[in-house]
Design a protein around this ligand. Structure first.
Ligand code: ATP
Ligand code: MG
Length: 442
């Protein structure tokens, strides 16, 4: 018993120590647990904060955000997209991104994906099928990588093309339309010029055509005579009978006439050809290439037709050397020259003495053509406006007021200069400068 009594206290001391240490360990473990719990809760709060921070950023974004996997299945979207698409986040997640895009643009989406394989895509324009129609977006897209750096999808951020950009596009379209309208205006001014000259042209054509007709009638008469004479030869008529026939039908004279009749007819046909060629200048397309041309011929043709149509005689002093080479669009410059001469002739309507002096000179820089009239000159009040479109001092129906503004445009496109001044000796003088080829092409 004593032994056991001796031993017992030792055991009890030992077991007590063990308990104390267990309790201590449990205490420590509990403290650790509590600390971990506190830590977890702290992390949780941080996580919540981070999420709500990221959510608040995403929902504050006006740009559309789409996160999807490599197959284009949507995994996340922001508020801007739900608003544009008119669908809830849960309805969008799990769907293919292509369901948000008009089927006609799926090819574009494919191109987009292919481009993304190589590099991030920037400013790719595409239209999203929104709840209230199509929404044009400028999309930037980058690949989404996992922690090992492997691509697991893509992140698309689309900026709705704002009003400004849309307005810019509309402006571009309007600009293109305006240019087209201007081209049409130039064409119609040309047609108006042509219209004014048509009567003269008809008269001019009438002349050669009537003598071609006259000659052809005579030729037909001669042909009839010759064929009846050859019929008589073929049927074996006597020499005397044939001679009598020749004299009666005046065949010798007819044969002598043949050459001049043919020459005259050819001349008439050539004249018709020339007139038609002249007229072609009016229809030369605006797009034709610039090339060297004879400005002397252009002025001569313009003068010829305008004078034909003029209601009053005008003394013309044409000092242009022929040929007089210039460089540009012959048809367009013809239109300018026609307008300058028409203006000069119109201005002299009420003048007692009507004279038109045309001079030209050229130097290494280009050619200068001047057209001086003896009209009243340009009134001070009109001078600042004569180059404005639709500015005219002529009665209704007599001028559109487009002549000088179109001419100015044409000359500017040639890098040339066009001006109209009053001459010290009275009347107005129009000056047209066209640079030579080297300076134009430089
Ligand atoms: N040589 C000139 N002498 C006096 N006034 C001129 C002369 N040339 C032009 N003007 C003035 O400039 C105005 C504008 O000329 P522009 O050629 O642009 O139009 P328009 O001749 O009136 O009409 P359109 O050319 O369409 O027949 C003329 O109405 C006229 O008042
Ligand atoms: Mg005019």
């Amino acid at each position: 018993m004593t032994d056991s009594l001796d031993i017992e206290p030792v055991q009890s001391i030992q077991s007590e120590d063990a308990w104390v240490s267990v309790i201590q360990k449990m205490d420590e473990a509990y403290t650790d647990l509590v600390q971990s719990q506190v830590e977890v809760e702290r992390k949780n709060v941080e996580l919540e904060e981070a999420k709500s921070f990221s959510d608040s950023i995403q929902s504050a974004m006006n740009d559309v955000l789409i996160v999807c996997d490599n197959d284009g299945i949507i995994e996340g979207v922001n508020r801007a997209l739900t608003e544009v698409a008119g669908e809830s986040e849960s309805a969008l997640i799990g769907r293919s991104i292509t369901t948000l895009i008009d089927p006609s643009l799926h090819g574009k989406v494919q191109a987009f994906r292919e481009r993304l394989q190589a590099q991030p895509v920037r400013d790719f324009e595409i239209e999203l099928q929104g709840k209230s129609g199509k929404v044009p977006l400028s999309v930037n897209c980058t690949a989404r990588l996992n922690h090992r750096g492997k691509s697991v999808g893509m992140v698309l951020v689309g900026r709705p093309l704002g009003e400004l950009q849309r307005a810019y596009k509309e402006l571009n379209i309007a600009h293109a339309e305006l240019q087209l309208a201007q081209q049409r205006l130039i064409q119609s001014e040309k047609m108006a010029s042509l219209g004014r000259l048509v009567a003269g042209v008809a008269h001019e054509l009438n002349n050669p055509i009537s003598f071609v007709y006259g000659n052809m009638h005579v030729l037909r008469r001669y042909t009839d005579k010759l064929s009846s004479y050859f019929d008589a030869v073929a049927s074996g008529e006597s020499r005397d009978a044939l001679r009598e026939m020749r004299e009666k039908m005046r065949l010798e004279k007819a044969i002598k006439d043949l050459n001049s009749l043919v020459d005259g007819t050819m001349e008439g046909a050539d004249r018709v050809k020339e007139i038609v060629n002249d007229l072609r200048q009016f229809s030369t397309s605006q797009e034709s290439e610039k090339a060297p041309f004879d400005l002397g011929h252009t002025v001569h043709t313009a003068l010829h037709w305008i004078m034909k149509e003029s209601k009053y005689p005008v003394e013309v002093i044409d000092n242009i050397p022929r040929p007089f080479k210039a460089y540009g669009h012959a048809g367009q410059i013809h239109q300018v020259v026609v307008n300058l001469i028409e203006n000069a002739v119109d201005a002299m309507e009420t003048s007692e003495q009507r004279s038109l002096i045309i001079n030209a000179k050229s130097d290494k820089d280009g050619v200068l053509l001047t057209i001086k009239d003896s009209g009243p000159g340009i009134a001070a009040k009109d001078a600042p406006q004569i180059f404005e479109p639709f500015y005219t001092t002529k009665p209704v129906g007599m001028g559109t007021g487009l002549g000088l503004s179109i001419s100015y445009g044409i000359v500017s496109q040639h890098d040339g200069e066009l001006s109209i001044d009053n001459h010290t000796g009275g009347g107005a003088i129009a000056s047209l400068f066209l640079p030579n080829r080297e300076s134009t092409d430089a």
